[in-house]
Design a protein around this ligand. Structure first.
Ligand code: NDP
Length: 294
């Protein structure tokens, strides 16, 4: 059996088109243009690339993009002052502070200072608490994208065994909450889990968010299971360059799974698309409008 490939690139493009439709509707019906501010401190090349593509997709979606570049030497007080200015700016509906931040910065304090209604990354403790309580929240983009992808091949996650490998605040923990809200039976595994292959083999739907290249092997997967690979790992390639691989050994896993996301082209493109979704949701909530159709 060869698994069906879950085409994250195409699914993300479809989601971005729906966002653009909602943005046009908000402008036509309410005179609102959602705006996303992205803050980058320092010049880490990977962060610069992420920030650049976020700004590009924001503009393509018909929204306003506000780019704030700060030197790597920025102080905690300067960064907090910028966040406060953006919190107070009515043209800014979403604020994203790109991680990692320079070592002199207390990232948790900065993330906690973002107004919860503008916290489109969903990392502010208020949104974390709202999500855990089952109340409307801005939800971290990567887990949102993971569940969206799983639901393209599974009509319902209710009653299914879901296993999440990884318990980070960015992926594993919010994914647990979203899957519980979908009525899945969820196990969260991590570096101290006993017999990880056996735990993974229980999964009807398996999420790998570990950061270890091709750790999840084909024989860890229940035949026919849906596999969502969050990992982005750079490994040496034959030509002396590097290539991207996920946390799942794709070639062998795709012989066992029912459906699987590739790396690249799976979860990655969904993360930015979900950031656009969150910005539109934040703009609607700020204007007292109902949740948009994305
Ligand atoms: P973290 O490093 O924060 O967390 C990794 C998790 O994996 C931890 O909970 C850790 O366990 C667990 N882990 C590590 N080693 C093992 C092991 N041998 N067996 C079982 N569990 C293990 O990573 P992130 O959650 O931030 O990211 C995970 C991956 O997803 C990375 O490859 C990252 O690049 C990628 N990513 C992709 C995104 C996208 O847009 N596609 C966005 C965000 C991340 P413990 O807690 O016990 O240490």
């Amino acid at each position: 059996m060869t698994a069906r490939i879950i085409d994250g690139k195409a699914i993300a493009a479809d989601l971005r088109a729906k966002v653009a439709g909602e943005v046009r509707r908000l402008a036509a019906e309410h005179g609102i243009t959602p705006g996303l501010a992205v803050v980058l401190a320092g010049n880490d090349p990977a962060s610069e690339a992420y920030v650049g593509s976020k700004a590009k997709v924001t503009l393509e979606s018909g929204m306003r993009s506000f780019d704030h570049r700060l030197p790597a030497t920025v102080s905690q007080a300067e960064l907090l002052a910028l966040v406060q200015r953006l919190n107070a700016d009515p043209a800014v509906h979403g604020i994203l502070v790109q991680l990692p931040l320079p070592p002199q910065i207390d990232a948790l304090e900065v993330l906690g200072a973002i107004a919860s209604g503008k916290d489109v990354d969903g990392f502010n403790p208020i949104n974390v608490g709202l999500l855990a309580t089952g109340l409307p929240a801005l939800v971290p983009c990567t887990p949102l994208g993971c569940v969206h992808l799983a639901k393209t091949v599974l009509p319902s996650l209710a009653g299914l065994e879901a296993v999440v490998v990884g318990r980070s605040n960015i992926v594993g923990k919010p994914l647990l909450q979203l899957l519980l809200a979908e009525n899945a039976t969820v196990t969260v595994a991590h570096s101290r889990t006993r017999d990880l292959p056996a735990v993974c083999r229980r999964a009807d739907v398996l999420f790998a968010a570990v950061g270890r290249p091709e750790m999840v092997k084909g024989d860890w997967i229940k035949p026919g299971a849906v596999v969502i690979d969050v990992g982005i790992n750079r490994v040496p390639a034959a030509n002396g360059k590097t290539r991207l691989v996920g946390d799942v050994a794709y070639a062998e896993a795709s012989q066992v799974a029912g459906a699987i996301t590739p790396v690249p082209g799976g979860v990655g493109p969904m993360t930015i698309a979900c950031l656009m979704v969150n910005t539109v949701r934040a703009a609607c909530a700020a204007a007292g409008l109902p949740k948009p159709a994305v």
